[in-house]
Ligand binder design. Sequence first.
Ligand SMILES: Cc1cc2nc3c(=O)[nH]c(=O)nc-3n(C[C@H](O)[C@H](O)[C@H](O)COP(=O)(O)O)c2cc1C
Length: 188
Amino acid sequence: MGDVVLAISGASGAIYGVRLAHILGNRARLVITESGKLTLAHECDGLTPERLAEESGALLENNENVGAKSASGSAAIDAVVICPCSGSTLGKLAAGIGDNLATRSAIVAMKERRKLIIVPREAPYATVHLENMAKLSSWGTIVIPASPGFYNHPKTMDDLIDFVVSRVLDHLGINNELTKRWTGEEIQ
Ligand SMILES: Cc1cc2nc3c(=O)[nH]c(=O)nc-3n(C[C@H](O)[C@H](O)[C@H](O)COP(=O)(O)O)c2cc1C
């Protein structure tokens, strides 16, 4: 199996990306945008990209390096995940703009018909965000909102985080038991 490019952009919810990095480990090529560095530090107790890479085993890429392996059409890259995905990065993807390694890797995923998963977060969404999500979805991108469900009766923040991360892993084809699966017998 090839690598997964995991980009953390500057939307709130960096912790979702952190959890994914820990699960993907050395399969992850980690790309963090400039704003992603801000939210990572602000929301995760001063966490730096370097420390996240060290703790998770992910390979840290430089977001300025659009020539990195993550952006290569011929490299063994299975999928690109942008988690969380800011409205700004979303807009770039909808317009075909690959001006940094995160957006370029996603554009390459689209042209190579690789799996592209985005986890947008904003509240409320502007019409432009909704239209851009619809556009990307119609082109094959999986749009997984950073909106945990409550039907599994989450007790902790980790439960809420794992709900969203589990949906991403499902769409990457990675077996996981992060959340209880719905059986259909819960509601009688
Ligand atoms: C603390 C903080 C929280 C933010 N939360 C969001 C958010 O939830 N969604 C969003 O689209 N942008 C959010 N932003 C704004 C983005 O970081 C900003 O639009 C930035 O240009 C995104 O750049 P990037 O997509 O290259 O990471 C936030 C910024 C900060 C500083």
